[in-house]
Structure formats: structure tokens, C-alpha cells
Design a protein around this ligand. Sequence first.
Ligand code: PMT
Length: 407
Amino acid sequence: MATPDGRPFVVLGVSGGIAAYKAVELCRRLVDAGCHVAPVLTEHATRFVGELTFSALASEPAQTELYDAAAVIPHTRLGQSADLVIVAPATAHLLARYAAGMADDLLTATLLATRAPVLVAPAMHTEMWEQPSVVDNLALLRRRGVEIVEPAVGRLAGGDEGAGRLADPATIAEAALDLLGRRPADLAGRRVVISAGGTREPIDPVRFLTNRSSGKQGHALAAAAADRGASVVLVTTSALPAHAGVRTISVETAAQMHEAMTEAAQDADVVIMAAAVADFRPRDPESTKVKRELGAPEIILEPTPDILVDLVERRPAGQVVVGFAAETDHVLEHAAAKLERKGCDLLVVNDVSAPLVGFDHDTNAVHILSQDGTTVSVDLASKRAVADRILDRVMDHLNPSAEKDSR
Ligand code: PMT
């Protein structure tokens, strides 16, 4: 329930882990983005960070007690008022209590007493994060509709390294603002063309060469761009459903993708090649099924056209072109060379050998390289959150003075 002045009411739950200090920045970001933030700290959270810090930054004093003489039944007031409940960091203990439906402190009671969407950002040591009990609790919460901002891989308490580090506060804030439907329509009036999925290059009428791309990252980009007001064309090999409002062109081969992208990109403001295009295709695909009895066939390959390079060469003035790179070693070095070779404005590189990154996962982690020499890194997050970070960089490159509707 929004506050009388129209601000969304966000309960920010903080449980007891070393990452609790990062919730302070999250609180500030949410307030800056125009939210009314009501912090709720578990008893363990107060061991890591003081109530006073949150009270000073938030929209109302931080609360910690289920039984508070001044605030009658605070959990129902908070739960019923909330437009969104966030728990960041969410410890393994908090996830277990929430999954079990316990209500033994103000935060878990608020989680039970709300009908608002809930966003959970777990943080814990890798050993705990990988425990089957934690994995199961998280899967259960996900099935119940709880949104999860996956933790990143990196430095943990006590100098350890691994998966379980709280996601970046900026990433959590973005996911929260998405759930509140408060993303700016900063791409309104813009035309965005995106490719997605792995191309399929026929060997014969029943067999083809392809790769592991599912199309999830490209489809997430299309959904994010549409939500930000763009008119979106998605050229895809994937059967994943497209976001309402996105015009989808289904293709299969690199040649078909080339033709569709060239056509759609002509009057686009932004072109993003997230597809995994085959670099080679069978030169002489058979018109009838190759028979096993005739022995193993020799398949001669020929290179496919480099769609990205061609789009860069043909692009109209002011158009922002984004390429992707799937790498497995010397990631930043190879990406920098690819950015130069392809000539696009931005190159999004993912290390597809890293856990939960790249092909077919629901999550990704990327570095976004720009021709101006800057690199922005996005820690492991949902493909949708990564898509929004990429579009944020695109916004930096779009010429704001360009006439949007003159073409
Ligand atoms: O689809 P998902 O399962 O969600 O996985 C996402 C992804 C891993 C496919 C995506 O994040 C990604 O990395 N896409 C690019 C994969 C790729 O083909 O990378 P590359 O380094 O081989 O190609 C570099 C760039 O050139 C890409 O933008 C590619 O689209 C483009 N290219 C490549 C070959 C070709 N013939 N024409 C091209 O345009």
C-alpha cells in the first residue's frame, strides 16, 4: 500500500550475517529511488550493524521487536502496508524459518503477514550455500513465488572465497524497483533489435550443427527493453515465450538471422547481438537423410557471415551496437581484442566456464566493455537483472540529443 504521498512502502528485512552492512547502502538506494523504507532487523542482525544506522537513513525508525508497547502488533501493520518485502542479507537460518512458516520474530512474522511480493537476497559461506537443506529451502521459496537475487562469487567473511557473497546492493535495488514496476521508461520512443539463441545449421533434413544457447539472455534483454518503453524486435531461434509487446521473428540458421537482423536494424536505435551464431556451417547440406549404411559422411564446413561486423559496417549514425562474447579463458583479454575486431560500441563478455554463468542458466555474470576503455562488471544475478545493467550502459551511449521520432 503506497504511502499517502504515493511512495511505495518497502519493508527491508535484515538478518544476521556479515553482509548486513551492505543493507545500509541498499536502504539508501531505495530511499533515493523514492521508496518509503521501513527497516526490520533480526536480533542477530543487530550484532553486525546498529539499529541507529538504519533509523538515520530510512523513512521510519528501524524495528527489532515483535512485542513493542509503542507499536501494537507491528508485524501486521508492516505486512499489510508493504508493497514489497525484501530480506537482504537472508541467512541460511532465516531461509529455513521462512520456508518452514515460522513466525518467531518480527521479520518472519512480517513475512507471514504480508501478501506483497517478497524478494530475498541470500548470503552465507559456500559450504552453507551448497547444503542440500539450503538448496531445498530456496527451491521451495522459489516455487511459492519468492523472488531470489542470487549471491555472487567472491570474498566471504574470514578471507574465504567462493559462492555466497551478497549480490551487489545496486543489483538488489534494481530487482526491487523492477518488482515495484518503477523502472524508468528511459527507452520510450526507441527502437531496439535483439538476437537470441543458437543458430542451427543443417547437415541434412533431420540433423544440424548447433550450440548450447537457450535464448534466455536475449529474451531477458527483450523483456527488459520492452518494460523500459522501447519498441522491440526479437530475432530468435528459441521457442521460449516472448514478453508481451515484443515483436518476434523466428529464424533457424545464421543466414536467416543475418537477413532478419539486417532488415530490422535499418531504423533501430539499438542493436544487440546476444545470439550464439554458428561460426561454420556444412557447405553442401544433403537434401535427403544421410544413410548410416553408407558409412560416416565427410562434412565440409564453410564460414558463416559475421552478422555483428556487417551490422556495425551498415549502421546509421547514432545507432548503438552491442556485441556479446562467450569466453572460457583470458576472458578480459580476449574480450578487448574482440571489441576491437568487431567494432561495436559495447561488448558484453561472459565466462561460460564459470558456475551458473552463460549458456542455459537462469543467471549470468558479465563484464561490459566499452570503446571508451571503461569496463563495468556485473556480479552473478538473474539474466533479467543483467539485462537491465546492459541497458543502463546502452543508455549512457545513446545520444540524448538524437531526434527520436524524426525517422
Ligand atoms: O542463450 P543463453 O542460454 O541465455 O546463453 C547466453 C549466451 C551465453 C549465448 C550469451 O550470453 C552470449 O555470450 N552470446 C554470444 C555467444 C557467441 O556467439 O559469442 P562469440 O564470442 O562466438 O561471438 C561474438 C559476437 O559475434 C556475438 O555477439 C555473436 O552474436 C556475434 N557473431 C558471431 C558469429 C557470427 N557468425 N556472427 C555474429 O554476429
